[in-house]
Design a protein around this ligand. Structure first.
Ligand SMILES: OC[C@@H]1[C@@H](O)[C@H](O)[C@@H](O)c2nc(CNc3ccccc3)cn21
Length: 445
């Protein structure tokens, strides 16, 4: 058996817009994802989060599932539109649901890990410029201060942002996510303001003297060259800069990659969002780095690509329902690279999991493919730990099937199946497998 350390944190993760529903309850205002999902053509089959998994009303049953699972921590996000539903209005009572949720988690012996922002920006803030506007930085700090003052003594772990790369590139550059804009200049500016708001919020957390830990979650994708040809190796370097170092370097080294700044200058005419002192704020020391890992990228040189001169090529591994290659070695390589290039920063894997075409058969879901995926990735994490890696915990994405952004409910990541007709929860075989791993604090050799 491959044992994990005493005190290793086993968890599961979700996000507000993906599971809560109740989008018109408790005084909640509209988010950019309400707008985006209700815009025809943006989300598969016209799906939206109005009901989702109805976690807002079923959270006690879901906590019982977590308690039976045996996890020590649950990562979830707070919906900003519940606290700032409209311009000029703060609705602290919008936190009542989260206070109930947190107290119930603590009573169940489960450590709450709160993501302050997981993409559901209040629509009125987007109407005011959203993450393209520097004003949103101060609004995010104001929002964070409300959370810290209301929940700071109850919540021991805070994540400022989930995947600023996605929020900026997918939301403002490629238009695949809310708010659905296709403007690279806004994407770069949004990325900078997301990072700046992270730094100010970390500083605020320190100023308030709160006793927990705070960090940021980045989606990180190790990049491999399609061949050993120098031009493919150079292409992988460029993709790594765009995919990973763009956010890792400012947060952990206090500087953007020089080559990125040159490309931004060439593509959008300069990085006018950066002001003196910003990078010092962004690199405020953090207590941990949250890593979301799902798969790797393999790239070849392609001069025809205007942005980076790269072409993605498929890896040779099996694929999940998201058409992502199953490549557990990439997790080990990623964690080792972080330790090598960024020092011994404590790491939590804040998301890892897979979507598969799960079917209910006689009241069970035999998701052996997901068990295999998780076993291979747990083994990669264990290898890193064995080499002295500073890995604190692992949050499986996701506790339950949920709203998978532009794919709607067509992709299932949960270790618990959700019947969207009845909202019944059915623990999958992977739930019971994970339950045993937690009991053993080990995986089979
Ligand atoms: O797609 C699965 C999850 C998603 O449900 C989470 O909300 C989000 O935090 C998340 N991030 C990734 C990895 N990054 C990513 C890459 C391409 C598109 C969307 C997300 C996967 N996931």
């Amino acid at each position: 058996m491959r044992k994990f350390p005493e005190g290793f944190i086993w968890g599961t993760a979700t996000a507000s817009y993906q599971v809560e529903g109740a989008t018109r309850e408790g005084g909640r205002g509209r988010s950019i994802w309400d707008t985006f999902a209700h815009t025809p053509g943006k989300v598969a089959q016209g799906h939206h989060g109005d009901v989702a998994c109805d976690h807002y009303h079923r959270y006690l049953d879901d906590i019982q599932l977590m308690k039976d699972l045996g996890i020590s921590s649950y990562r979830f996000s707070i919906a900003w539109p519940r606290v700032m539903p409209e311009k000029g209005r703060v609705w602290v009572k919008g936190l009542d649901f989260y206070k109930r949720l947190i107290h119930a988690l603590l009573e169940a012996g489960i450590r709450p890990a709160v993501t302050i922002y997981h993409w559901d920006l209040p629509q009125w803030i987007e109407d005011d410029g959203g993450w393209n506007s520097r004003e949103t930085v101060s609004r995010f700090r104001e929002y964070s201060e409300i959370l810290f003052r209301e929940l700071g003594d109850l919540v021991p772990m805070w994540i400022t942002h989930n995947e600023p790369w996605c929020a900026s590139i997918l939301g403002y550059g490629l238009g695949a996510h809310a708010p659905g804009l296709c403007d690279w200049r806004r994407a770069y500016r949004a990325a900078h303001h997301l990072l700046l708001s992270h730094g100010h919020t970390v500083r605020l957390y320190r100023e308030l003297g709160l006793k927990g830990e705070i960090g940021i979650t980045l989606n990180l994708t190790p990049v491999y060259p399609a061949s050993s040809r120098p031009e493919d190796v150079a292409a992988a370097h460029r993709q790594d800069m765009f995919q990973n170092r763009w956010f890792l370097d400012p947060v952990l080294k206090g500087a953007y990659p020089e080559e990125l700044l040159r490309r931004v200058d060439a593509v959008v005419g300069g990085f006018d969002a950066v002001q003196p002192g910003d990078l010092e704020v962004i690199s405020a020391p953090i207590d941990f780095l949250g890593v979301n890992y799902y798969s790797r990228a393999v790239v070849a040189d392609d001069p025809a690509d205007p942005l980076l001169g790269v072409r993605h090529v498929p890896g040779e591994g099996p694929r999940t329902e998201m058409d992502w290659e199953v490549y557990p070695e990439g997790l080990y390589d990623l964690l080792s690279r972080l330790r090598r290039d960024y020092g011994d920063v404590p790491i939590y894997i804040t998301e890892n999991g897979a979507a598969y075409d799960d079917r209910v058969e006689g009241g069970s879901v035999h998701d052996t493919n997901r068990i295999e995926y998780l076993a291979l990735h747990f083994a990669a994490a264990h290898r890193f730990l064995e080499e002295g890696g500073n890995l604190r915990g692992y949050y499986v994405w996701s506790l339950m099937d949920n709203f998978e952004w532009a794919f709607g409910y067509t992709k299932r990541f949960g270790i618990v199946y959700v019947d969207y007709e009845t909202l019944a929860r059915i623990p999958k075989d992977s739930y019971f497998w994970y339950q045993q791993v937690i009991r053993d604090r080990a995986i089979a050799p």
